[in-house]
Structure formats: structure tokens, C-alpha cells
Design a protein around this ligand. Structure first.
Ligand SMILES: Nc1ncnc2c1ncn2[C@@H]1O[C@H](COP(=O)(O)OP(=O)(O)OP(=O)(O)O)[C@@H](O)[C@H]1O
Length: 571
């Protein structure tokens, strides 16, 4: 009787026993779902009316679908390989420190139109760029490459958009890079990124990266700073400074940068900041020491000059918020002469700044400002600006549109340094040639914790500078050798003036003695290390000649200083 039931009668009409299981499934599920009932009906129709095996058909359809999928993937793969041939070739402008490795093959020489009767040769860089090997970078669009056995696809996209903050403002570019690879795991991509990072840091480990504020038109919220250079680390030993002072500063910064320090500060409610003031005459090593510190601690350096026309108060505050966790911020030439006085928003005449001074006097931060400004007595005006660098701009008050000076006020600077916006953990170094012109508010403890005085060279320091100059030159003999070899090949003389004078004719002991004697001939604390370095650089391969000529140079330089002359008679 069962055969006469619903399921049984249907089964007897299907000529393909292979469909039994399918039939049972469809019949069972069909009771609950109308869709499956429809499928069941079609299934039976195909079998009974057209004599086709539905299971076979499913298998064939599945096969066609699979073949199509594989075909499209192979096509995609081949297209990527084809695309990966599209590269962008760039002539790379390398920094002075980067090009050294490949110089050998690309140097060319000239006799300078036979300046010396064609006897000497000079470097010529006219075809330097053309000869140096280009760098290939992925073109915009999609490119592919293999890395450690995995095939990666990179999609580079650049979009230009108008800045929403300033309607009608300049177009900005946003670049997007998408990296993909075959498979479900993202591990190969992680590995690729970590390899790229390792390579990058391997390259930068011995270098100090210098950032400056990006030019206004190219700034974006997340991109206020621009990398301007990556220099080889300046060894601390090359900065001549009292060694105990050097070590005190190093120890102080070391403690401040220690991972435990934030907790110590936090538990005492002290903001995690450390400020240094480097003051002293020009050319005494304030900047050099800051760079050497960045090298010692392996951190980047962010340089801001208050004289920079492209940085206003608002920018300054934002720049401070965009600093990394650990870095050195170098605020150059911080003397108050570079700061403007605040103007009343109602003032239409910049010379009416007096009103604001009164207001500023009430502000604790600014109470010493007028004193500091007064120290710069050159200007009668109440308003301090660097006219060439900073101009007048209209304030967006809408109503009267009064004029305000586009500069940085002392309070603006203080807000940036210790406002909420200020990034905690950075080392702030301010430098100045005129510490006496500084506002007390700017250098009070908490903003400036350590003051370091840089002085003109002592005799001992002059001796050290001398020794360092020539000892290092001796280690640089390969450069001289390469120069000589090239000139020999061309059967000419190298152009360097005193190339023939041999440094290796002087023993280490003798060099020390000459250096000490040189130091004795330099008067105490009168000449800056930069001046002495300049003198030595002109005799950089002839220590004996430097010793012979130093007394005459010192006399001439002192005379020139006394007469306040800018032109040197003896160099
Ligand atoms: N103490 C020093 N030790 C070694 N080199 C020095 C020292 N002081 C100056 N120099 C050399 O003199 C040049 C100028 O130095 P630097 O820029 O550091 O001086 P500065 O004090 O920052 O000057 P400024 O106040 O004009 O900015 C550099 O090339 C540097 O190598």
C-alpha cells in the first residue's frame, strides 16, 4: 500500500534510480517550503517529460561554473603579470649623503676649458643625473610583484579633492595604496609590511630625520610636518663642549625618555615635559649639539623657526599636537624680538597695540612682555614684526575686518608649549643668541628646566677641533686615493689645491703635539668654534700650514671684529 501513497506513486514514474536520494530530500523538504515544492516539480518534469537526469545536469552545470571561475582567475593573473610591466622611472635627486655609493661609475671630469693649460681636471656634474641609474616605482593603478614566494598585488590610487575647511581653497591629493595577495590568510601581507618596515629602519638607523612645518598649501590635518632631510647621525664626540656638562645633559634626557618616567610624572601630577634653553653667541654649537642628541637617542628632530612666515599661532599649536611620542622639538632663535604683540581685535591700526599690552599685563604669561620688547629698542612701533617675513592679514571677523599681524605672540607660543594641545613626552630645545632679551615667562621652570651656556672656544677646545679635523681626514684617505686614481687615469693632476700635501707624513703623536700648539695660539673665549672650523676647512689637508698661519689669522680676525667689519682680510 505504501507504493500507492504520495511518495511511492511519484517514484514509480522516475526512470533514474540515481535520483532517489534527491527525490526523497525534495519530497521531504517540499512539505515545509513552497520553493522546494517548485524545485521538486521541475525535477520531476525534467525526468519524466524530457528524459534527462537532473543530477547529471547539476554536475554539468557545476563543472561549467568551476571552469569559468578558474578561467577568469587565470585571466586575472595573466593581466596582473602584464600590468606589472608598467613602472614609473624617476631620476632620483639624492642627498649629498646618499649618492656616495654609486659615484664611482658616474663621475665625469673636465679640464675647465683648459684653465690650467688643461693640466688639471675638475669634476663635472652636467650629465650626472642622466648617468645615475633611475629608480623604478609602481605606476598609478595596479602592479604586482613576488616577495618571499608570495604573489602580491598593489593598487595605487591618487585622488584630488578640495579642502573642506577652506571652501574654494587649494586642491589636495590623497593617495591610497591597497595591497592584496592570493589566499585567505593575511599573514603574507603582515610579513611584507614588517619586512618593508625593517628595511626602512635599517636604512634610517644611522640617520637623523629632520622635519619642518609643511608649506601651508600642502598641509593636511594629519600631515603638518614635512621630512626635509635625513642626515647621518652627528657623533656626539664631534661637538666640542665641556664633557661633564655634556654628560649631565645626556643623563637628564636619558632619564626623561625612560619608559618608567611617565608613571613617575603622572603619580605626582606633573606634566611630562622637559625644556632646555641653549644660549650663547652664534656658531658655538647649539644646533649641532641638538642634532647630536637626536643621534644619541635615535629620535627625530622637529625644527620650527618663529621667523618662518608660514607658521602662525594656530599652526604652531597644531604642529605641537602632531608630534610623535618621543622626539626633539628645536625652536630656533627664540628671542622675543621674533614675537609679535597681541592686537586688539577691534584695533584697525596696528600701531594701537598699546591697548593690548595693558591687557597682556593682566595675563600672567605676558606680564614681562613689554620689558622684553623694550629691549629691542630699534623699533619705535609698538608692534614687533619681521616685515620681510610676515605681513598683514585681514581677520575674519566679518564686521569691520580689522587688520591683525600674521605672527606669533608670546602667549600664542606659551600656549603651544604648555597648552593641552602640547604633546607630552617631547624634548623641547629652544636656542637663542640673546638670552637677556627673553621673557621670563618663557624660560620659567616647567618650560625651561635646564639652561646650557655655549661659549666661544677655549684654547683646549680649539686644540680639540684641530685634532678632530685632521685625525678624521687621515681616516678619509680612500677619498683622496680615489681622486688620485681618477686623475692618474686621465694623466692629469687632481684639482684640489693641496692634495699633494701628505697627511700620512705626520704621526699620531706629532698630530697631537701640533693640535696642542694650535690651541695655545688661539686666545681664550674670543673666537667661536664655527670661526675656527672655517679657518681649518680652508686648510683641511695641511695641519702644518694651519699651525703656521693661525697667529696671523687670529690677529686679523680680532682686528676685524673690533672694527666691526664684515669683510675678512685674512681667511
Ligand atoms: N662646540 C662645537 N663643536 C664642534 N663644532 C662646532 C661647535 N660649535 C660650532 N661648531 C661648528 O660650527 C658650525 C655652526 O654651528 P651651530 O650651527 O651648531 O652653531 P649655533 O650655536 O647653533 O649657531 P647659531 O646661533 O648661529 O644658530 C657647525 O658647522 C658646527 O660644526
Amino acid at each position: 500500500m505504501a507504493e500507492n501513497g504520495e511518495g511511492g506513486s511519484s517514484n514509480s514514474n522516475i526512470p533514474f534510480p540515481a535520483g532517489g536520494l534527491m527525490d526523497t530530500i525534495l519530497a521531504t523538504t517540499g512539505r515545509v517550503s513552497p520553493l522546494t515544492q517548485l524545485l521538486h516539480f521541475l525535477y520531476k518534469l525534467l525526468g519524466t517529460q524530457f528524459g534527462l537526469d537532473p543530477s547529471m545536469m547539476l554536475a554539468v552545470l557545476g563543472f561549467i561554473w568551476g571552469a569559468f571561475k578558474i578561467g577568469s582567475q587565470v585571466h586575472d593573473f595573466l593581466r596582473r603579470i602584464k600590468n606589472s610591466q608598467y613602472l614609473m622611472a624617476q631620476t632620483v635627486w639624492k642627498s649629498a649623503w646618499e649618492e656616495e655609493e654609486e659615484l664611482e661609475g658616474v663621475l665625469s671630469w673636465t679640464d675647465g676649458g683648459e684653465v690650467d693649460g688643461g693640466n688639471r681636471v675638475y669634476l663635472n656634474f652636467a650629465s650626472h643625473a642622466a648617468r645615475s641609474s633611475p629608480r623604478f616605482v609602481p605606476a598609478m593603478g595596479s602592479t604586482s610583484f613576488w616577495h618571499k614566494g608570495t604573489y602580491f598585488r598593489v593598487l595605487r590610487k591618487k585622488e584630488s579633492f578640495v579642502s573642506t575647511r577652506s571652501w574654494g581653497g587649494p586642491m589636495k591629493d590623497l593617495e591610497e595604496v591597497k595591497i592584496s595577495c592570493f589566499g585567505r590568510s593575511i599573514d603574507p601581507i603582515k610579513q611584507l609590511l614588517s619586512d618593508a618596515k625593517a628595511l626602512y629602519y635599517n636604512d634610517t638607523r644611522q640617520k637623523t630625520t629632520i622635519y619642518r612645518p609643511r608649506v601651508k598649501e600642502q598641509r593636511r590635518d594629519h600631515n603638518m610636518w614635512q621630512q626635509v632631510a635625513r642626515r647621518p647621525v652627528r657623533p656626539m664626540s664631534t661637538v666640542v663642549l665641556d664633557s661633564s656638562e655634556k654628560h649631565d645633559i645626556l643623563a637628564d634626557i636619558n632619564e626623561y625618555l625612560h619608559p618608567w618616567t611617565p608613571r613617575w610624572y603622572a603619580s605626582r601630577g606633573i606634566p611630562l615635559r622637559r625644556g632646555y634653553l641653549f644660549h650663547g653667541p652664534p656658531g658655538t654649537g647649539k644646533t649641532s649639539f641638538s642634532f647630536a642628541l637626536a643621534g644619541v637617542f635615535g629620535i627625530d628632530i622637529y625644527v620650527i623657526s618663529l621667523q618662518d612666515a608660514g607658521v602662525n599661532e594656530e599652526d604652531l599649536a597644531t604642529l605641537f599636537t602632531k608630534l610623535p611620542r618621543r622626539c626633539i622639538v628645536l625652536l630656533e632663535d627664540i628671542d622675543t624680538a621674533g614675537l609679535r604683540r597681541d592686537l586688539s581685535s577691534e584695533s584697525e591700526n596696528p600701531t594701537e597695540g598699546k591697548k593690548d599690552d595693558d591687557k597682556d599685563q593682566k595675563d600672567g604669561k605676558n606680564k614681562h612682555k613689554s620689558k622684553a620688547d623694550a629691549s629691542d629698542s630699534d623699533s619705535d612701533s609698538e608692534v614687533e614684526v619681521k616685515p620681510k617675513k610676515r605681513g598683514l592679514r585681514k581677520k575674519d571677523t566679518g564686521r569691520k575686518a580689522p587688520l591683525a599681524l600674521d605672527g606669533i605672540s608670546l602667549s600664542g607660543l606659551l600656549n603651544a608649549i604648555d597648552g593641552v594641545a602640547s604633546h607630552e613626552g617631547r624634548v623641547l630645545i629652544m636656542t637663542t643668541n640673546k638670552p637677556e632679551a627673553l621673557d621670563e615667562a618663557l624660560i620659567r621652570p616647567g618650560r625651561v628646566d635646564v639652561q646650557v651656556r655655549f661659549s666661544n672656544a677655549s684654547s683646549t677646545q680649539a686644540g680639540e677641533l684641530f685634532h678632530r679635523m685632521y685625525e678624521t681626514s687621515r681616516q678619509d684617505e680612500p677619498i683622496k686615493e680615489a681622486n688620485k686614481a681618477m686623475a692618474d687615469r686621465l694623466n692629469k693632476q687632481p684639482a684640489a689645491k693641496y692634495e699633494t700635501e701628505e697627511l700620512d707624513g705626520i704621526t699620531a703623536e706629532e698630530m697631537k703635539t701640533i693640535a696642542e700648539e694650535f690651541g695655545r695660539r688661539i686666545p681664550e673665549g674670543v673666537l667661536s668654534p664655527a670661526e675656527i672650523q672655517g679657518f681649518l676647512l680652508k686648510r683641511k689637508k695641511c695641519p702644518r700650514r694651519a699651525l703656521e698661519e693661525v697667529s696671523e689669522w687670529v690677529t686679523a680676525t680680532l682686528r676685524q671684529k673690533e672694527a666691526n667689519l664684515k669683510v675678512m682680510t685674512v681667511q
